[in-house]
Design a protein around this ligand. Structure first.
Ligand code: BEZ
Length: 236
């Protein structure tokens, strides 16, 4: 058996070779910065559409493979336990799987019983995989029918601000999701950029486009330190 490759080569010597079977016409899927498409979904809280559900707030939309599976159960229970952490930040939560609505209702009752947390967010049923396919949540090498663990943070203008993809076999970190909400908010508010492993209260960085004099005006002279021309740290 031989594998056919196709490739692309740049002027500077960058080359990529992909298996021929990967050549495909790619339909649109949400990218960071895109307007998230308006959609209507049947959920455990009734039928909802994204805009009315969001009510001008941020939305954390996440897919997971299926009801009545071990990792997914821990994820739903943990999001339910930390509902206040999302609410305090003004983030609405919505999950989606390929299950039927009745399945989700039975499963959420069982999680409430076993973990003691009320599931206060809607769980969307997408048995035909319409939203799931549009959001590129099906990765056939990972699972032939079920979605991976994909997460979107959608802001109040319905723009996608963050996308995470996790494999079927590993549950997500909610700490990281909430950290990104905090970091994006701080970045938006002050036009600063957030270093690796930033947490609220840590120093932040001046963005490359900001001139020194603008940084002085905005944050005050001597409020920031230059390590390199491109690396300026704002102490706060
Ligand atoms: C899980 O959530 O544990 C799971 C779901 C689908 C396949 C394998 C594991």
């Amino acid at each position: 058996m031989s594998i056919q490759f196709f490739g692309t080569q740049g002027r500077d010597g960058t080359r990529i070779k992909l298996p021929g079977t990967y050549r495909a016409s790619t339909p649109w899927t949400p990218h960071i910065g895109d307007l998230f498409p308006e959609f209507t979904a049947v959920t455990t809280h009734g039928t909802l559409d994204l805009r009315s559900f969001a009510q001008g707030q941020w939305v954390y939309l996440f897919s997971h493979p299926a009801a009545f599976t071990p990792v997914c159960t821990t994820e739903i229970a943990e999001v339910a336990r930390r509902a206040d952490d999302f609410e305090r930040r003004g983030v609405k939560v919505l999950s989606v799987t390929r299950d039927e609505i009745e399945t989700l209702e039975r499963w959420s009752a069982e999680i409430r019983q076993d973990f003691g947390h009320e599931i206060t967010f809607p769980m969307a049923a997408d048995p035909e995989g319409i939203l799931i396919r549009a959001c590129n949540m099906l990765h056939p090498s990972e699972h032939d029918r079920l979605p991976i663990r994909k997460s979107f943070l959608i802001d109040e203008t319905q723009r996608v601000r963050m996308i995470f993809e996790y494999p079927v076999r590993v549950g997500r970190s909610l700490d990281e999701t909430l950290r990104v909400v905090d970091a994006l908010r701080e970045s938006d508010r002050h036009d600063v950029v957030m270093p690796c492993e930033w947490h609220p209260g840590d120093p932040v960085l001046l963005p490359p486009h900001m001139h020194d004099c603008d940084a002085d005006l905005r944050f005050g002279r001597r409020s920031w330190t230059r390590m390199r021309k491109y690396l300026r740290i704002l102490d706060r």
